[in-house]
Design a protein around this ligand. Structure first.
Ligand code: MN
Length: 229
């Protein structure tokens, strides 16, 4: 393919134990998908339908990168999440078939400019400038289903400068992975290459320049990101 402009090309994530890469399409994020986190954000964690927002693929940051503190904000929060890499597209996917559409799993951070998100919420405006900014989606390599199965329980945590800030268990997801895929596929047609950020456990909080973030999902992987001083 030749283009009429200098196009930066498709964003990819490495695949563990493979020389091939996973091409990233769209990134869909689930909001308030752990009860304790819904409560800390001032919401009733009753099982209302899941809701979604997006990040652009080029918000991806590779594991072990050092990135600049984001622009136009004074309150950047960490949200550690398990990510689901979609290998097979589809619409109206039933819950029982949803896991057939998964290529693999990884660990991601849904970095959030909480001040801009808060203003947007207050004014009834879209969340994009709080959520979908440069370097807002650090992610690990993808591990295939053959390697990790379909993780439904196991610890998920985040440390900042070695101190545990977020801690939860995948079993606490309000909408589990198959339910999330099924629901999302009724709203939009999923495409191979899509990534779903499945939600964050309680303990979100601010980071500052120089901080080192280390995230873990049991059986899935470890993500490290450092913010430049
Ligand atoms: Mn999130």
């Amino acid at each position: 393919m030749s283009y009429v402009i200098d196009f930066p090309g498709i964003v990819t994530l490495p695949v563990a134990e493979s020389s091939k890469s996973f091409p990233v399409g769209r990134i869909y994020c689930v909001g308030r998908n752990y009860a304790e986190h819904a409560r800390e954000m001032g919401h009733d964690p009753d099982r209302e339908p899941p809701f979604f927002f997006m990040k652009p693929a080029d918000a991806i940051v590779q594991n072990n990168a050092t990135i600049p503190y984001p622009q136009m904000t004074r309150d950047v929060h960490h949200e550690i999440e398990m990510i689901v890499a979609i290998g097979k597209g589809g619409a109206d996917i039933p819950v029982e078939k949803a896991l057939d559409h998964v290529f693999g799993y990884g660990v991601g951070l849904d970095m959030t400019r909480r001040d801009l998100q808060g203003e947007a919420k207050k004014m009834g405006r879209p969340w994009e400038m709080g959520k979908a900014f440069d370097n807002s989606a650090p992610c690990t390599a993808i591990k295939t289903v053959a390697m990790v199965g379909h993780p439904a329980k196991g610890a998920i945590w985040l440390k900042v400068n070695g101190e545990v800030k977020q801690k939860g268990d995948l079993s606490e997801l309000i909408w589990n992975v198959p339910e999330t895929i099924s629901y999302l596929s009724k709203l939009i047609t999923l495409r191979p290459g899509d990534i779903i950020m499945s939600g964050t456990p309680a303990g979100v909080g601010p980071i500052k320049p120089g901080d080192k973030l280390e995230g873990h999902v049991e059986g899935v992987g470890d993500l490290t990101v450092t913010y430049a001083k």
